[in-house]
Design a protein around this ligand. Structure first.
Ligand SMILES: [Zn+2]
Length: 289
């Protein structure tokens, strides 16, 4: 059995490391648990959840990128914002969670991290056996786990249906991919790349306005922070500032290696403090002039 390491990051909140591909969170209440994301689909996530809790649980996805939805077929139903449902269809979405796409992604991570991982993609990853039933996750939907409530907030921009979650017991924000030190904006989300940046910035400002509800933040990829450690709150503030600078023409740009390039390619990033913003596809500097 593939054993994924996990760490209790806050009282009753566990972070699971899926071999540097993605981080999955399990929030355990008195009555039930909430699983946040399902990784790329390496091994059987249900075994790791069992090591954490024997309580019944629901599964919620921050968004539908293949490194977050990859293991979703193990579950009968998942909560996902409807604006991301189209991303499961490989006929219309280049990032649909096919086995080929997910294996390709794990290969990039394995090579990038230059580490040995205790899994074999050819044995431990599989094509989906079924599509789970999709449940429509809504903005401000509350999951009452018993002794703690977790609220989901819509924060689009990385994907149209991106969500973040706030746990009231520990005042913890799980930011998914909506905030990290290397923020990827979907430039085609709105009519123009500028409009995409502006809309994502406005969504992040709404999350900043909720700062009276959280003291801690964790994102979904611990290569932007040490495993089990928090993402500093100023990363969110700087991400907003960085987007403002892109829109008002004062941004500082740098060309750096693209962490998701297979052949050592580079890309252009706007930077502000420890926050960098770039487009998933395209050049943020040229397209936001
Ligand atoms: Zn993502």
């Amino acid at each position: 059995m593939i054993k994924m390491p996990f760490y209790e990051i806050q009282d009753g909140i566990y972070e699971i490391d899926e071999f540097d591909c993605d981080n999955i969170f399990v929030i355990v209440g008195d009555d039930k648990a909430l699983v946040v994301d399902t990784g790329c689909g390496i091994g059987d996530l249900r075994d790791t959840i069992k090591r954490i809790t024997d309580k019944p649980y629901e599964v919620v996805l921050t968004h539908a990128h293949p490194d977050h939805i990859g293991g979703a077929d193990l579950f009968d139903e998942i909560w996902l914002h409807p604006d991301d449902w189209w991303m499961l269809d490989k006929e219309i979405c280049a990032k649909a969670p096919t086995l080929e796409y997910r294996k390709n992604y794990t290969e990039i991570i394995r090579n990038r991290e230059k580490k040995f991982y205790d899994y074999d993609p050819d044995i431990d990853m599989h094509e989906w056996e079924k599509v789970p039933k999709l449940l429509p996750l809504k903005d401000r939907q509350v999951f009452d786990l018993g002794g703690r409530k977790v609220t989901a907030y819509h924060c689009p921009g990385h994907t149209p249906g991106e969500m973040v979650l706030i746990d009231d017991k520990t005042r913890t924000l799980l930011a998914g991919d909506a905030c990290n030190c290397n923020l990827l904006v979907n430039s085609a989300w709105k009519d123009t790349p500028r409009e995409s940046v502006k809309s994502m910035m406005e969504a992040l400002k709404e999350i900043e306005k909720l700062s009276n509800l959280y003291d801690h933040m964790y994102n979904s990829h611990h290569d932007f922070r040490s495993f089990g450690c928090k993402l500093p709150l100023h990363v969110l503030t700087n991400a907003v500032k960085c987007m403002e600078s892109v829109l008002n023409g004062t941004a500082e740009y740098v060309e750096l290696p693209n962490p998701l390039s297979k052949n050592g390619g580079t890309k252009i990033f706007a930077i502000c403090g420890k926050s960098m913003i770039s487009f998933m596809e395209g050049n943020i500097k040229d397209e936001c002039k």
